[in-house]
Design a binder for this molecule. Structure first.
Ligand SMILES: [Zn+2]
Ligand SMILES: [Zn+2]
Length: 315
């Protein structure tokens, strides 16, 4: 069951020749969702092969570099004759903003728009995973990050051993796998622990949106498989990062280190780093010992399952 992220825009505040503004497509088991939708996102989707069968768009906050692209995307989906609802999620202000956006231009949308304002720490429950918004420190009271947290998976069932024990293949196997003890026709009782291994962790992916380094991010991304953290500035602009409620690459690295995340991806670079963000990488590297990636437009990152020892597993 694949889980991957494609970076559609990685520039802060405004697009540059090399980079569009913020948007990330997350694809999980054939389902695609967007996190932020800056200007030009729909063109980036075409360019990098992200399908328009998006079901959800999650907004971290409403600075224009994170949402202006939604207007064009909504119209394109209507031109395509979309009928399935599109769900838009965002912090306080989402309702008012998108109600207005829906009325721009005279064409009517061909599909329902479902707008929901998220509450930090109130998870959105889905089949197999949840999306947990958490409050970040960027726009007072109205900026969130999101953690996608998969449910634990059942332990591995041992079919060979089941056969050895003389348990017929069929519904009994399913019951045992789901944790029920079963009584065989000959009276033997088989406990699930005889045939099923320990439950296996799901994957966790955390996206901060724009923020100062903060405790909420460390908490949300504790031992996460992947943390996408903004890194607008380098060390030399640390005061500016604090003033504008952004992070330096080093601060992002420190957050990732404290949270013990496996992989950190830096994004949302100030225009001066657009061509070459290697300084940011070097500064983050001094704070973070895990796997470190610098996002660029079109970068796709796969997030594999891992066993308790940290080795990748097929499922
Ligand atoms: Zn931004
Ligand atoms: Zn912002």
């Amino acid at each position: 069951m694949s889980l991957s992220l494609t970076f559609l825009g990685t520039s802060a505040s405004r697009p540059t020749v090399e980079r569009g503004v913020s948007s990330i497509a997350l694809t999980r088991e054939g389902e695609t969702m967007l996190f932020d939708c800056g200007e030009g996102t729909q063109r980036q989707m075409m360019r990098y092969g992200v399908g328009f069968t998006v079901g959800d768009v999650f907004f971290t906050h409403f600075h224009t570099d994170h949402y202006l692209g939604a207007l064009g995307l909504l119209k394109t989906l209507a031109l395509q004759g979309r009928e399935e609802p599109l769900r838009l999620w965002g912090p306080r202000g989402a309702q008012a903003l998108f109600k207005r956006a829906e009325g721009l231009g005279n064409e009517k949308l061909t599909y329902p728009l479902i707008i929901t304002e998220v509450e930090p720490d109130t998870p959105i429950l889905r089949k197999g995973y949840s999306i947990r918004p958490f409050a970040v420190e960027h726009r007072q009271g109205a900026a969130v990050g999101y953690a996608l947290v998969e449910h634990e998976r059942l332990g591995r069932f041992d079919p060979e051993h089941a056969k050895t024990l003389g348990i017929p293949e069929g519904p009994l196997w399913g019951k045992i796998h789901k944790g029920e003890s079963v009584t065989l026709p000959d009276g033997r009782v088989i406990a699930p622990s005889a045939l099923v291994g320990p439950t296996r962790p799901g994957r966790t992916v955390v996206l901060t949106g724009d923020t100062r380094p903060c405790a909420a991010t460390i908490q949300a991304s504790h031992q996460a498989d992947l943390l996408v953290h903004e890194a607008t500035f380098g060390d030399e602009e640390a005061p500016r990062a604090a003033e504008t409620m952004h992070s330096t690459a080093r601060e992002a690295g420190t957050v990732a280190q404290m949270a013990k995340v496996r992989t950190l991806v830096l994004t949302h670079f100030s225009a001066r780093y657009s061509r070459d963000a290697s300084d940011l990488g070097r500064e983050a590297r001094e704070a973070f010992t895990g796997e470190l990636l610098l996002a660029k437009d079109g970068l796709t990152v796969d997030v594999p399952f891992r066993d308790a020892a940290g080795n990748t597993t097929a499922e």
